[in-house]
Design a protein around this ligand. Structure first.
Ligand code: NAD
Length: 496
């Protein structure tokens, strides 16, 4: 066990420093086993991350438990100030973190990774200002009694993150959990752990030991141990539906709160009166084509009014052909790689289903890189599937790749019904100039985050979360911190 100051110059320094370690109570603690972390763009091994067993995972929870009582005693505003200082330490190292993130995720440095680090630091800093907003209420119960509620931390929070936007999802969990007086054990994604480690270690220097801890390993061993640890008081998870269901079952058995951010198949409804150029730009950004579509919020079901469909397809094709697919580290690149071969196989399986469907069209855009240094099998062209049956798996299920479905529509009631026809309910957007259509459709869409004439990503102060099998609970915003990272205590005083 040694304590190092994170004085890294290159991404390689970072991969070397975090070889086979967890970050527990401010120390790098070696694990017995490691797992390889691969650069998906080249196939090269970047380094070896910890493959924690149950005991090694439990050690982080023990450290977090030990630190929690004292952390909860720090005045809330002071906790916030420490968290805000931690956020600024992240912002100061933004370029290095982005370079690490691009190498481990295959996401392009210019279009994705720099922005992700900036947003992650911004979210943590936002929560740093909210310490004194953890307010309870006084209750008019009896004029001779003082009746009030207070907000208390839950204890140790287990925060489990996936690989697609690991830093933003880390920030949405760690920022509010810490400011609310909890301590945290983060389980980083085994596909892309190092940027998370770097961000966390930079933050730890501004926080008491044990308040923030990070473990890495497989979901089946490390993640499972974390969710079953009796000292964990709350689980917050972002990832796949199947794992979310498993974790929710474990949480139910233990009777602890569980927040889940799972998948989606978010509809984008383009009405006859929409501004078509805005809608095309919104489809590109909403579908997160520059993130290879690897977004839970991706606007992956585009319903465009029949009268606009041909023009929309033409403009979309032109815009997609303009995206440069290539080396994530190249400043000219717009679109990088898929995270791994398993995910590529899933994407290809869906596209093959569309190809086998009579009447459907499969359109691919842009050109794949021909650089011999890059691993060609992990690049997938932006793809549009159209004219599918409305209940086709490609229309109903999350693909989690750069594959969007475009379907024509003419009947307003019909398209609303289709928009609400999946078991998801994460996000939706409506594109119209009519206020009455905007009001009616936003009220009736079954989604937690509904926008009109835009497809923005998560904002720190705007509550975000899904309905249905897209999850439970909210992230971002003051309300999310208060509702999901504290518990309410009722106190009645009688001095009569
Ligand atoms: P995943 O569910 O396989 O893994 C997510 C995390 O959970 C990883 O850290 C993994 O190690 C861990 N894990 C796996 N099994 C576990 C278990 N049994 N117990 C505890 N932890 C376990 O998801 P992924 O492939 O990393 O990420 C892609 C998925 O994430 C997509 O389905 C996507 O829709 C979803 N996602 C959702 C949101 C959202 O906000 N709704 C955001 C991003 C990604």
């Amino acid at each position: 066990m040694t304590h190092h100051s994170a004085n890294f110059i290159t991404p390689e320094d970072v991969f070397t420093a975090y070889k086979g370690v967890n970050l527990i109570a401010g120390q790098r603690v070696a694990t017995q086993a490691v797992l390889d972390v691969i650069n998906p763009a080249t196939g090269a091994t970047l380094g070896q991350a910890a493959a924690s067993n149950a005991a090694e995972t439990d050690a982080a929870v023990t450290a977090a438990r030990k630190a929690q009582i004292a952390w909860a005693q720090v005045p809330a505003r002071d906790r916030g100030k420490q968290v805000a200082a931690a956020a600024r330490a992240v912002a100061d190292q933004a370029e290095l973190i982005a370079q690490v993130l691009a190498r481990e995720t295959g996401k392009a440095i210019r279009t994705e990774c720099r922005g992700e680090v900036a947003v992650a630091a911004d979210i943590v800093e936002f929560y740093g200002g909210l310490g004194s907003e953890l307010k309870g209420q006084t209750v008019p119960y009896n004029p001779r009694m003082l009746t009030m509620t207070t907000r208390e931390p839950l204890g140790v929070v287990a925060a489990i993150v996936p690989w697609n936007v690991p830093l933003v999802l880390f920030a949405l969990k760690v920022g509010p959990a810490l400011v609310a007086g909890n301590t945290v054990v983060v389980k980083s994604s085994e596909e892309a752990p190092f940027a998370t480690y770097l961000m966390a270690e930079l933050m730890m220097k501004h926080l008491p030991q044990g308040v923030l801890n990070v473990v890495n390993g497989t979901g089946a061993v490390c993640g499972d141990a974390l969710t079953r640890n009796a000292d964990v008081s709350k689980i917050t998870f972002t990832g796949s539906e199947a794992v979310g269901e498993t974790i929710n079952t474990i949480g139910a058995g233990r009777i602890i709160p569980v927040s889940l951010e799972l998948g989606g198949k978010s509809p984008m409804i383009i009405c006859e009166d929409a501004d078509l150029d805005k809608a095309v730009a919104g489809a590109i950004s909403g579908m997160r084509f520059t993130r290879q579509g690897q977004s839970c919020t991706a606007a992956s079901r585009i319903y465009v009014h029949d009268s606009l469909k041909a023009a929309f397809m033409d403009k979309l094709a032109a815009a997609l052909n303009d995206l440069k697919i290539g080396d994530p580290l190249d400043e000219a690149t717009d679109v990088g790689t898929i995270i791994n071969a398993r995910q590529v196989a899933t994407i290809n399986r869906y596209v093959a289903m569309a190809e086998a469907t009579e009447g459907a069209q499969v359109l691919r855009f842009g050109s794949l890189p021909d650089d011999a240094a890059l691993s060609p099998e992990l690049y997938v062209q932006p793809t549009i599937l159209t004219d599918l049956p409305d209940d086709h798996p490609c229309v109903m299920e999350e693909i989690f790749g750069p594959v969007a479905v475009v379907q024509g529509w003419s009947d307003y009631e019909g398209v609303l019904a289709l928009a609400n026809s999946t078991h998801y309910g994460l996000a939706a957007s409506v594109w119209t100039r009519s206020l009455s259509v905007a009001l009616d459709s936003t009220a009736r869409l079954n989604a937690g985050y509904v926008q009109v004439n835009q497809n923005l990503t998560i904002q720190p102060n705007v509550s975000y979360g899904g309905f249905g099998r897209s999850g439970q609970g909210k992230e971002a915003s003051l309300e999310a911190m208060v509702e999901h990272f504290t518990r309410s205590k009722t106190i009645v005083m009688n001095f009569d």
